[in-house]
Design a protein around this ligand. Sequence first.
Ligand code: PNW
Length: 464
Amino acid sequence: YFPMSTDDQLRFPDGFLWGAATAAYQIEGGADAEGKGPSIWDTFSHTPGKVFHGDNGDVACDSFHRYGEDIALLKRLGVGSYRLSLSWPRIQPTGRGEVNAKGLDYYNRVIDGLVEAGIEPSVTLYHWDLPQALQDAGGWANRDIADWFGEFAAIAGEAFGDRVSRWITLNEPWVVAHVGYRDGRHAPGIQDPALAVAANHHLLLAHGNAVSALRASSAAPVGITLNLTVERPVTPEAAAHAAVLEARQNGVYLDPIFHGRYPELLDGDASFSPAAAGHVRDGDFEIIGAPLDFLGVNFYAPHYVGMLHADGEPRRGETVTGPDTVSIQPDGLPITAMNWLVEPGSIRELLTRIVAPVTGALPVYITENGSSWHDYVTQDGQVNDLERIAYLRGHLAAVHGAIADGVPVKGYFAWSLLDNFEWAEGYAKRFGLVYVDFATQERLLKRSGEVYASIVAANALPKA
Ligand code: PNW
C-alpha cells in the first residue's frame, strides 16, 4: 500500500500523469485542407444513413485551425499530457509512398505548441481514419496493411519522434475489426465475420510492425490502447457465456500480444479466432509480441449478461444477444446519453481482475474514460454537468482503488478535452470537459472541467 489517503482526500502517486484525449477525425475538420487525402470516415459520414443526423467531420471542432485555443484549454486544465491522434491521410494522402509535407507541418505546429506549453504529446498513430485508397485495396482485411502501417509508423517516428513523449500504435483494434467489419456501424461499414476476424489479425501484425518502426526512430515509450470489456454474469449459468464474451474482445488482443497465442477458449471458432480461421503464419506471434513499454486501456461501462428465460421472452431491461443469452440493464444504475451504464467499481475490477494478471509490472495508462450527457448552456452561461462530475469522481476513486490493489496505473486521460464528432452518433453526444458550440466554434469550460483542473492541481481527489 502507498501513503496516499488521508481522512479527506485520496492522493495519487507522485508523478501520476493527468491528461485529456481527442482523435484527429473527431476534432480537426480540414477534411481536404492542404493536401489531405480522403479517409474511410470522410466516405462513410458522407454516405446517407450512416451517421446520426447526417453529420460529418468536415469541420468538427475546427482544430486544424484552432489548435492554439485547444492548447490554451489544456493549460487551464493543468494537465501534464495531451493524447491526440495523427490523421494518416493528412500525412500520406493515399496511405502509401508520397508524404504530404503540409500534413507534417500541421502536426509539427501542434506538437511544438504542446512542448512549448509544457504538455507532453501522447500520440496515437491510428484512431480509425484509414486512407480511403487503402480501403479500396482491402483495408484491414488485406494482410499487406501490416507493411503499409509499418511504413506510416516510420514516417511518423522520424518526423516527430524527437518531441513525442509516448506513442500509441492503435486505438481500440477491437472496435476497428468488430464495429467496422462485423456489425458495420462504423466505417467502412462492412458486415462480414470472415473479414472481421482477418482484420483482427492484421491489426495486430500492423501494431507489431509499428512498434519496430518506432523503436528505430524514437526513444519514447511505445504502447497500444485496447478497449477491454468487463462482462458480469448475473447467474452462475451465465458465467461461461461472460467468459466467451471477454475472450472475444479482450483475449483476442491481450493473449497474442502478451502470451503469443489466441485464446484457447475460442479454438475452433473461425468467426472469432484468427487462429481457427487460418490467418496465423510462422513468425507472426514474434511480430505481434514485440515488447511494449505500457498498455493503454480505454473503459466506459461494464456489461451484465444473463440467460434467456425458458419461454424465450426477454424481461424488462433485457436484450436478446444469442440463442439463450441476454444483455441486461440492471435497475438502479444510472445510464448515460449513450445508454451506457455508470458503475465505477467496474474499472477497478477490469484493472485488478483482467489487466494486471496479464501485464504484471508493465505500466498501465487509462487512455480514455468519460461520459456523455445532455449538456446545455444555462442562461448565466455555464454548463452545470453534475452527472459528468459524479462519473469522473467515481471512476477516479475506483482507479485509485486499483492502484491500492497494486496495479501500476501511471496516468489517466479524460475523454474528451472537447465535445466532438462522436462517430455514428455525430455531434448529438457530448463527451467534453469543454463545451463546443458547433455553430460558432466557441469553447466553454464545463463545471466538470473546473473540477478536473482542481483534481489535477491537487494530484488528489477530495472525498467529500
Ligand atoms: C471510443 N462502440 O469509442 C473511442 O476511442 C473514442 O473515439 C470515442 O469517442 C469514445 O470511445 C466514446 O465513444 C467507441 O460502438 C465508440 O462499441 C463506439 C464504440 C466503442 C468505442
